[in-house]
Design a binder for this molecule. Structure first.
Ligand SMILES: NC(=O)C1=CN([C@@H]2O[C@H](COP(=O)(O)OP(=O)(O)OC[C@H]3O[C@@H](n4cnc5c(N)ncnc54)[C@H](O)[C@@H]3O)[C@@H](O)[C@H]2O)C=CC1
Ligand SMILES: CC(=O)[C@](C)(O)C(=O)O
Ligand SMILES: [Mg+2]
Ligand SMILES: [Mg+2]
Length: 347
């Protein structure tokens, strides 16, 4: 395992050089990998593993949109596509890729079909960590592992097809066979990870829930709305407010951050911009620190999990969620965005 120094702190990382695909194939050669749930992570992981030469079957509710999607992706009913019950029966590694709320409802179905020596696999520490709320307590005779790609299942698939990989966290919660660690790494390689970073279930779910509610999604959406609102209220046109808040962020500046870091993005902007950004970043940091601490507390207390479960198990919730997304989509800000996107010439 490679020891890599991250800004002065040494961590253990698994690379594809030291754990090549051939080794992962050897480790998992006798396993039937049952991917339960075919939403966003399900297709990304199942297709990457299938393309990587693993035995993959899919378990999904019949007559659902996801069932049809699995068929379109080449999974064949009765051969590689089954009901959830049958897929769990047939699998030796059970990948629980249902939505986090869905995992609670389906857990009894999975639990009663697990056999000694099976592996229970998650892509989130949610169900295990918040067991008081989820009741997901695996029997002692199965391995319990995690590989959590740090990005959308859509990106996992796209990067795999492009020949690169998305980084993933991995963890072992329970090692019944003595082989759990090896299986976790092999699965991580199999689903198309670039590098694998070791963590535990609790750290994975705490950081993941914080990240998506914070900078990655919630804070990003919120700060964009706030700046757009200020510019519009101060008399700027929609296109000017959008270009100066989102289009330049996504098309020019964030890709530069991704390429070579924040200081490099800064140094590719004017000295005027650099002076102002360096002066103002502290204010933004201090203003958001209390909110981020409140968020972390809400994650650690189980309140975020409770809300996810409560909302996610309400009948008709998907339609409500879609209505909330439609409200975002139909706002002036994001309607302006749709128009601006059409004007990206030559791309
Ligand atoms: N969306 C993503 O890209 C990422 C998701 N994850 C984790 O991966 C896991 C799967 O997440 P997603 O793919 O987003 O899930 P999803 O929300 O797309 O749902 C997956 C599947 O669960 C099924 N399902 C939901 N409730 C059900 C129920 N009560 N009975 C039977 N089937 C039910 C749906 O039909 C769907 O096919 C979660 O633990 C999530 O936190 C981790 C990294 C990224
Ligand atoms: C894509 C991802 O990793 C998230 C944002 O944590 C999620 O979809 O839950
Ligand atoms: Mg995540
Ligand atoms: Mg997440």
């Amino acid at each position: 395992m490679a020891k890599i120094n991250f800004g002065g702190v040494e961590e253990t990382v698994v690379t594809r050089d030291e754990y090549p695909l051939a080794k992962a194939q050897e480790t998992l050669k006798d396993e039937v990998i049952a991917v339960i749930g075919y939403g966003v992570q399900g297709p990304g992981q199942a297709l990457n593993m299938r393309d990587n030469g693993f035995k993959v079957i899919v378990g999904q509710r019949k007559d659902s949109a996801s069932w049809e999607k699995a068929k379109q992706d080449g999974f064949v009913e009765g051969e590689t596509l089954f009901s959830i019950e049958e897929a769990v029966e047939r699998g030796t590694i059970i990948c629980n890729l249902l939505s986090d709320a869905g995992q609670i409802a389906v857990w009894p179905t999975i639990k009663e079909r697990l056999k000694p020596g099976n592996t229970l696999y998650f892509s989130h520490g949610f169900g295990i960590t918040f067991k008081e709320q989820t009741n997901i307590v695996p029997p002692a005779d199965v391995d319990v592992i995690l590989v959590a790609p740090k990005g959308s299942g859509t990106s996992l698939r796209r990067l795999f097809l492009a020949g690169s990989g998305l980084n993933s966290s991995f963890a072992v919660f329970q090692d019944a066979t003595g082989k759990a660690y090896e299986k976790a790494i092999a699965m991580g390689i199999g689903v198309g990870s670039g590098y694998l970073f070791e963590t535990d279930f609790k750290k994975e779910v705490y950081s993941d829930l914080t990240g998506e509610r914070g900078v990655l999604m919630g804070a990003l959406a919120g700060i964009i709305e706030a700046q757009y609102q200020v510019l519009r209220q101060r008399g700027h046109s929609p296109s000017e407010a959008f270009n100066e808040t989102v289009e330049e962020l996504t098309q020019s500046l964030v890709p530069l951050v991704g390429e070579n870091g924040m200081d490099w993005m800064f140094s590719n902007c004017s000295v005027t911009a650099q002076r102002g950004a360096l002066d103002w970043k502290g204010k933004f940091r201090e203003a958001t620190l209390p909110v981020l601490n409140e968020l972390y507390d809400s994650v650690a207390s189980g309140q975020e999990a409770a809300r996810t479960i409560q909302r996610g198990s309400t009948p008709g919730y998907r339609a409500e969620l879609e209505a909330e997304l439609a409200e975002v989509r139909e706002s002036e800000l994001w309607q302006t965005g749709a128009t601006v996107r059409k004007l990206r010439s030559g791309r």
